[in-house]
Design a protein around this ligand. Structure first.
Ligand SMILES: CC(C)(COP(=O)(O)OP(=O)(O)OC[C@H]1O[C@@H](n2cnc3c(N)ncnc32)[C@H](O)[C@@H]1OP(=O)(O)O)[C@@H](O)C(=O)NCCC(=O)NCCS
Length: 176
């Protein structure tokens, strides 16, 4: 793809996703993914501070959804036990990039990177020490973005997506 001019972060407005943003988000979501999130699934995160939309020249052009992973009771018990065994009392707090997409006309201008950095910084502020995400193995543009932001592939998840596509599980450790 020919290099597109970067859009300055000072020219975009980031805000918490509102109900009024849902139609525009769904339009982008359905164009971006073979198995898009449903309106109900997206609506469940409206108002969450980890659901951020990006507006440029008065148009909603992209979004990111991140959140801390709430450990299951089993996980918490396991960590507690491991803590006792290893005398380690600072367990990892894992965050997740659940979704990120840009309107096709606004890709390649640096906004995906800006949204990703914003989401990761938000998680860091919550005390997250490692961020994970899944990405289709056949999505080189996203993989390149994640690698350039310090994410590493740690696993192959066979048939992870509803349509059977495989995913890479990628991870980035955050420094305090
Ligand atoms: C993946 C996505 C969010 C990236 O957002 P973007 O705004 O297009 O990306 P940016 O302009 O910030 O580019 C960031 C980096 O990604 C990589 N990249 C993005 N688009 C690329 C392309 N068409 N060709 C090659 N590399 C590309 C490059 O490494 C780029 O860094 P560089 O500009 O310094 O070379 C966007 O392409 C998108 O919405 N894709 C469809 C939805 C999707 O796949 N989401 C990810 C799900 S896991």
């Amino acid at each position: 793809m020919a290099q597109r001019p970067k859009i300055s972060s000072s020219d975009v407005i980031l805000s918490c996703a509102q109900v009024a943003d849902l139609d525009a988000i769904i339009t982008i979501e359905e164009a971006a993914f073979p198995t898009p999130w449903s309106r109900t699934a997206l609506n469940a995160y409206i108002g969450d501070h980890g659901f951020v939309v990006c507006e440029y020249e008065g148009k909603l052009v992209g979004y990111i959804l991140v959140g801390p992973q709430i450990p299951s009771l089993f996980d918490r018990l396991e960590r507690l036990t491991m803590g006792w065994l290893s005398n380690e009392n600072a367990p990892e707090t894992v965050g997740h990039v659940m979704n990120i997409a840009l309107d096709e006309d606004y890709r390649g201008h640096g906004l995906g990177r800006y949204l990703l950095q914003t989401g990761v910084n938000y998680l860091k502020g919550l005390g997250v020490t490692r961020v994970e995400l899944e990405v289709r193995v056949n999505n080189p543009n996203a993989i390149r973005l994640y690698e350039s932001e310090g994410f590493e592939t740690i696993n192959l998840l066979k048939g992870y997506y509803q349509n059977g596509d495989d995913a890479f599980l990628m991870s980035k450790r955050l420094t305090v």
